[in-house]
Write a protein that binds this ligand. Structure first.
Ligand code: FES
Length: 262
């Protein structure tokens, strides 16, 4: 089975996808069997974009998974961070409401659209610098002129893993498909298509095994080009394609979106 193998699998957001050893006898279902569910913490400033191998073809909402220890402010109740993932979108604000609860907000003031400051525990609210509206750590109005609460995104906390998972409906964090592009010698080239958000920066990372360390992996933007590029800035909200090479028997790739803490 040489170049241009066309067995494509559709991936839905989150979880890891096992992309190796998809050898002569595999079938689409075989691929699915190889899938191993697992969670992986992020490296600092990186939101992992993971994908689950399922037969559900529909991409779903993007999910960010963040490791709390990567954002020291979030290790304390009342801590708050704002994460910028694209120069054209408002940041997300993540507040630690209690030992077990985090709130993620879109940072947009419901009065006239200004960006609300992060939560200040000593004040007990987030301040909108434009006209002084105040919101509590869950984004609920404390005082106006804003009358509506801030938009919040579903956020769960896995205390054992030390990770927060945020679901953002329109965030480009979906892996659309992966397929074997070619096999040359011991190297398999994979074509990875993912949904990106405009002006966000993406990287590809590789892990030899679940839970292992993740390393930045170069990729090519063309099917036969050398895999030397290490990041990609999406010039639009659209599907992007990268090609990565793998030489081991097994491993995991994930696409990561860079986050900037502001
Ligand atoms: Fe926030 Fe007016 S825009 S108070």
């Amino acid at each position: 089975m040489n170049a241009e193998e066309t067995d494509e699998m559709i991936l839905s957001p989150m979880n890891l996808f096992d992309i190796f050893d998809h050898s002569q006898t595999h079938s689409r279902r075989g691929w699915i069997k190889h899938f191993m569910f697992g969670s992986v913490g992020s490296t600092s400033g990186i939101a992992l974009m993971l994908a689950e191998v399922t037969e559900a073809a529909q991409p779903g909402p993007g999910r960010l998974r963040l490791r709390v220890t990567d954002y020291p402010a979030l290790e304390s109740v009342g801590g708050s961070v704002q994460l910028q993932f694209s120069s054209i979108y408002d940041p997300l604000t993540i507040n630690r409401v209690s030992n077990t609860e985090f709130a993620t907000l879109d940072s947009i003031c419901t009065h006239a659209g200004c960006t609300v400051n992060k939560f200040i525990a000593a004040d007990g609210y987030m301040l909108c610098p434009c006209h002084g509206s105040q919101f509590d750590a869950r984004g609920q109005v404390v005082s106006g002129p804003a009358e509506e609460n801030m938009k919040a995104f579903p956020t769960t906390y896995d205390a054992a893993a030390g990770t927060i998972e945020v679901t953002v409906p329109d965030l480009g964090l979906n892996i659309n498909s992966i397929q074997v592009q070619s096999k040359t010698g011991g190297v398999t080239r994979f074509k990875l298509v993912f949904q990106a958000t405009a002006f966000a920066t993406y990287e590809v990372h590789y892990q030899g095994q679940l839970g292992g360390s993740s390393v930045l992996t170069p990729f090519s933007r063309t099917p036969t080009g050398n895999a030397t590029q290490t990041s990609l800035v999406a010039n639009d909200s659209a599907a992007f394609t990268v090609y990565v090479d793998a030489s081991g028997d097994r491993g995991f790739f994930n696409v990561s979106m860079k986050l900037t803490s502001i």
